[in-house]
Design a protein around this ligand. Structure first.
Ligand code: ARG
Length: 462
């Protein structure tokens, strides 16, 4: 028979071209387990409203259990003619229970409130998966910081040497960004814990069904939608999810860019593990950072998924419009990409060899201790404006002579400024410069150790 849910007023079936355009089973099939869970909850409220007898409810739930098993083992699958997952599963139920009982489940619900609910359930589950994968990556970064507590490196602004920082401090800066992404996922989840089931097509149901009972049944902690029009039409939860995944992509891609740089001959800051790098088909010596490059590339794709979805939502009139069927593929793709990328990226970071000596050697290069001269002068009462000038003069002399700041002679210092006594050398070394920045959030080993301990404690709590 005709599987369509809306054949009644039509004399002709859909054209093949329409069927092809309309079909979403090939991407919404992943919602099948959630659709069945929704059907169970719906059967229970139909029973509570005395629209299903005790016996009908029992047989309905058995039919849904059977359908769930058949979906899980692949013996029941949706087809193009089914249009979408909801229609396919209705067909499956009719096949298992007969049209008389199977046809009762549709009362008081619409694919509009179904899909809005199931999409939320699917995303909430994957928010948890992504949170776990993010925790793994944060764990790898914390591990790097813990393994190299003393290593100094050139801290940069504008990609130029700026001031020395601890490698652990730098790595934890990335970890902090990822922990905000994980927090975003948790906050998104709390906001999304509202069930649209019971909103019907847009106006709610006249059958006396209890949307709050369905919400509780499906694990929506904040109950059911306060407004059935909003419940069926709103997709800001999907857009926000797409934003968080894009932000994760961007944050990971920033780490990736540094790994790519650090892995060059010129930097030689890190060596990638063989298991997490690739070779070249023509150049035998090559060892390429493909994981980092794919991370950088995929971030563009994740941004595209977000902007594509926003463009779909823009200017849609209330309530449900079929445009909304375009909401799922971009978000599903973002999830799929991150669930593939993050384990590989975490493996690459966890197995990184860090060349601490090389980083430490370059930490003072590029006159990165010039600020320390200026601040040393300030502590001796010199106005910062003058101190800045004097330290700049030191750099100028060094550049002219082709030497580093700590190679200036006592005479050269004195000639630049009478304030520059030989004691200035106490700050012209990396350990001194690091140790001096011991306020909260600073790069001193003591401050970074405190940050690391706090971070580790928060990570373990999640
Ligand atoms: N497959 C549709 C979607 O994803 C389900 C809702 C269809 N509703 C409708 N009235 N055509 O948006």
């Amino acid at each position: 028979g005709d599987v369509r849910l809306w054949g009644g007023r039509f004399a002709d079936g859909p054209s093949e071209a329409l069927e092809k355009l309309s079909a979403s089973v090939h991407f919404d099939w992943r919602l099948a387990p959630y659709d069945i869970a929704g059907s169970r909850a719906h059967a229970r409220v139909l029973h509570a409203a005395e629209l299903l007898t005790e016996d009908e409810l029992r047989r309905m739930l058995e039919g849904l259990d059977q359908l769930e098993r058949d979906v899980a083992d692949g013996s029941f699958v949706g087809t193009v003619a089914d249009e979408d997952v909801h229609t396919a599963l209705e067909r499956g139920l009719l096949e298992r229970l007969g049209a008389e009982l199977g046809g009762k489940l549709r009362a008081g619900r619409s694919r509009n409130d179904q899909v809005a609910t199931l999409f939320r359930m699917y995303l909430r589950d994957h928010a948890r998966v992504l949170g776990g994968l993010l925790a793994d990556l944060q764990g790898a970064l914390v591990g790097l910081a813990e393994a190299h507590p003393e290593v100094a490196m050139p801290g940069r602004t504008h990609l130029q040497h700026a001031q020395p920082v601890l490698f652990a401090h730098h790595v934890l800066a990335h970890a902090q960004a990822l922990s905000r992404d994980a927090e975003r996922l948790r906050q998104w989840d709390a906001r999304t814990a509202v069930s649209p089931y019971g909103s019907g097509a847009l106006a709610g149901s006249s059958l006396g069904l209890d949307p709050e009972a369905v919400a509780a049944d499906l694990g929506f902690e904040r109950g059911s939608s306060a407004n059935s029009i909003d419940g069926t039409a709103a997709r800001d939860f999907a857009a926000e999810f797409a934003f968080v995944t894009a932000m994760i992509g961007v944050d990971v891609s920033k780490i990736a860019e540094e790994i790519i740089l650090w892995n060059t001959k010129e930097f030689s800051f890190v060596t990638l593990h063989d298991a997490f790098s690739t070779g070249s088909s023509i150049m035998p010596q090559k060892k390429n950072p493909d994981i980092a490059e794919l991370a950088r590339g995929k971030s563009g794709r994740l941004i595209g998924n977000l902007t594509g979805l926003m463009a779909t939502l823009k200017a849609l009139p209330l309530a449900y419009n079929r445009d909304l069927q375009e909401d799922k593929e971009p978000v599903f793709d973002s999830i799929d990409q991150l669930e593939i990328l993050l384990p590989a990226f975490t493996g690459m970071m966890a197995t990184l060899t860090v060349h601490g000596d090389r980083m430490g050697e370059l930490a003072p290069a590029g006159f990165s201790l010039a600020t320390d001269i200026a601040e040393w002068l300030v502590k001796r009462g010199v106005p910062f404006r003058v101190a800045h000038e004097v330290a700049g003069e030191c750099v100028k002399v060094c550049e002219r002579e082709g030497i580093e700041l700590d190679q200036l002679t006592d005479e050269q210092f004195a000639a630049i400024s009478p304030h520059l006594s030989p004691q200035v050398r106490t700050v012209l070394n990396v350990p001194g410069a690091l140790a001096a920045r011991d306020g909260r959030g600073g790069t001193a080993p003591s401050a970074v150790a405190a940050q690391l301990a706090d971070f580790r404690a928060d990570l373990d709590l999640q």
